[in-house]
Ligand binder design. Structure first.
Ligand SMILES: Cc1cc2nc3c(=O)[nH]c(=O)nc-3n(C[C@H](O)[C@H](O)[C@H](O)COP(=O)(O)OP(=O)(O)OC[C@H]3O[C@@H](n4cnc5c(N)ncnc54)[C@H](O)[C@@H]3O)c2cc1C
Length: 308
């Protein structure tokens, strides 16, 4: 690791050795990135990807609202898009946003411009890159319903435009190769009165605050809702409840009492506590209800003490 930065290309943005990732994720757990890189802009990101030796692992994170970074941290270079990727432009009924723009900021900007369709982003605490990767959605709308196209750059620094039909979207999933880094996206909206849009956004905020532990250290919904034909019509939270897991605790990790598809770091949890708790919930749900829950939260990185 000592020589890693020496092997990386000269860039305008910053390389930070051993950046703690607990500070950059919602769960507030996880070991450090060997190196964190924040590119200044698109060209800087391209320069980095073209010059970064093939044997160095590279991955991208957003604002860490769907991420469980393991206690041993992330090998190689972790890219976090920031300022140079945060712009939002409105042209006619189309909203263009950089991948680092927060979903909520995009929703607000559209509302101010009298554009409806993006209100659902009001309640999702991620950034646009994460929304593109996860097909983020809520209240009946998903990213796939509003996306026109986006720009992505691969591990070799080659960029392309992907139309929504190229994204391989299904529920909380994109089939786009894991090495693609999204840098911006265009969304189709429609005209409406700003007050009506604001009222819908306020309703979303209210509903979230009353049903989800949004002020806790959490990663949002832990598991995807299963195919309802296989689960007897029960959603993930209902299965978890039926398996008696509400409030279940391992170390400093707990299944939320308020919304039992949310795991919470009570303060001193390790990533292993949270992952073990999630696995225990999966085991109990399988035993009690016969359904295999699938993680929605992305788990990544090394176990504590694991070597590269
Ligand atoms: C309280 C709470 C409520 C939530 N509610 C919802 C909800 O209603 N609906 C919903 O869909 N989600 C919800 N989430 C989950 C989360 O906010 C979304 O999945 C969000 O889209 C993740 O974005 P992020 O920037 O935080 O990505 P991260 O968590 O940082 O990363 C998630 C994944 O996206 C990838 N990624 C991030 N940026 C890029 C990029 N630029 N290019 C390529 N890949 C990238 C990462 O590699 C990782 O695999 C909630 C989370 C919390 C904590």
């Amino acid at each position: 690791m000592a020589n890693l930065i020496d092997r990386l290309p000269k860039v305008e943005g910053k390389y930070i050795k051993g950046q703690r990732l607990d500070a950059l994720t919602w769960f507030r757990v996880g070991g450090p990135a060997d190196v964190l890189f924040s590119p200044e802009n698109f060209d800087d990101l391209t320069t980095f990807l073209r010059g970064c030796p093939d044997d160095i692992p590279v991955r991208v994170i957003g604002v860490g609202s769907n991420l469980l970074v393991r206690d041993g941290g992330l090998e190689g270079v972790t890219i976090r898009l920031a300022r140079g990727f945060g712009g939002i432009e409105v042209e006619g009924d189309v909203v263009e946003a950089g991948a680092a723009a927060l979903d909520v900021t995009v929703a607000r900007r559209a509302q101010k411009a009298g554009l409806t369709g993006l209100e659902f982003y009001r309640g999702i605490p991620g950034a646009i890159g994460g929304a593109l990767r996860m097909n983020a959605g809520s209240y009946g709308t998903e990213t796939k319903d509003v996306l026109i196209d986006c720009t992505a750059i691969d591990r070799t620094g080659h960029s392309r435009t992907l139309k929504v039909e190229d994204m391989g979207y299904s529920y909380r999933h994109s089939g786009v190769p894991e090495d693609f880094i999204f840098t911006s996206a265009r969304f189709q909206a429609r005209r409406d009165a700003p007050e009506a849009i604001q009222a819908r956004m306020d309703a979303i905020t209210e509903s979230r605050e009353s049903t989800q532990p949004i002020k806790s250290r959490t990663g949002g919904s832990t598991f995807k809702n299963p195919d309802l034909t296989l689960s007897g019509g029960l959603k993930a939270w209902q299965l978890i409840d039926a398996a008696g897991c509400r409030g279940l605790q391992i170390g400093g990790a707990q299944v939320s009492e308020q919304h039992c598809n949310f795991l919470i770091n009570l303060g001193e949890a390790t990533a292993a506590d949270l992952e073990n708790l999630g696995e225990e919930v999966r085991r109990r749900v399988k035993e009690t209800c016969g359904v295999e829950l699938e993680w929605e939260i992305r788990r990544t990185g090394r176990e504590q003490g694991e070597k590269n």
